[in-house]
Design a protein around this ligand. Sequence first.
Ligand code: DOR
Ligand code: ZN
Length: 348
Amino acid sequence: MVKQLDKIVIRRPDDWHLHLRDGNLLKLVLPYSSSIYNRAIVMPNLISPIIDIKSATHYRNFILSNIPQGHIFTPLMTCYLTEYSNPNEIEEGFNSGIFTAVKIYPAFSTTNSFYGINNIKNINKVLERLQKIQMPLSMHCEVTDINIDIFDREARFIEDIIHPLRNKFPELKIIMEHISTKEAVEYVESSDDKVGATITPHHLILNRNDLLVNGIKPHFYCFPIIKSKIHQTALRKAISNGSSKFFLGTDSAPHFAYRKESSCGCAGIFNTPTALSIYATVFEELNAIRYFESFCSENGPRFYNLPINEDKITLIRRPWKIKNIINSSTYSLVTFLEGRTLNWFVKN
Ligand code: DOR
Ligand code: ZN
């Protein structure tokens, strides 16, 4: 019989896809990221999106001023692309270190995406520049045509947008964010090293039965929507092969509970407190713990051309029950998998 591990020590991970929001919500959620992760790619889809150097500098300063004492955390800022974005401003922001990447939201694809892209042909000049300066392009990969089934949005995006985009800009560095389908896995695996992808804990641990059978679960509702088991299995297989093209991106996206538990609930899952334990659980289930560290702490920085972290973090095998740690009389946040027990506990 193989002896069970009782602890896992890995290089400190980074979160390559995170929503920190703004104001009081940011103050509530930031410590859960900064206690575990060394860096995070911070998504720019605030109500007033981060579209230029000025707004990114202001937002970064606000994040930095709210990091608890004793935590070391670097927010890596992204620029929200609109059809009016200026390539010179983006290049200046990249060269000066204020921007690490640019983010494409197709218009109306998700939270605060109204200023996003309607027609990719309108941003050719920006894409040309990104390719030239090798600035990473982070993509929300879903078409928004109302005639296309919500479960097919990602696969159609690959056909309709990514294929032509990569034919035109073969050297462009792209990150397909929060992939959710077997088509995306196959696309990434068959591409060259200019294409990488983040995978969330929720897309690894859930399939659409978890979302829809025995009552609808608003806290499992997110974009891209959770798919069928076939797709979940493809994502799990992708990480268990140890490919360096896939890396940790939680897509933790908090919304107050009253906004999710509503007749028209928002998409987004708050998973920061549980994400790393869930990833460890999944890698263990797949008998692939040997690739856990590269997924969490090495593949992301290599793709972004950034140094890997030197310090370590420890997970110990200890059952813990997930609670909604953030609760106030007016607002509460539900933690992903609240009420369940996880077996890996992150020691801070
Ligand atoms: O479910 C999601 N929520 N998916 C996204 O892409 C955005 C996020 C949010 O910002 O709420
Ligand atoms: Zn996101």
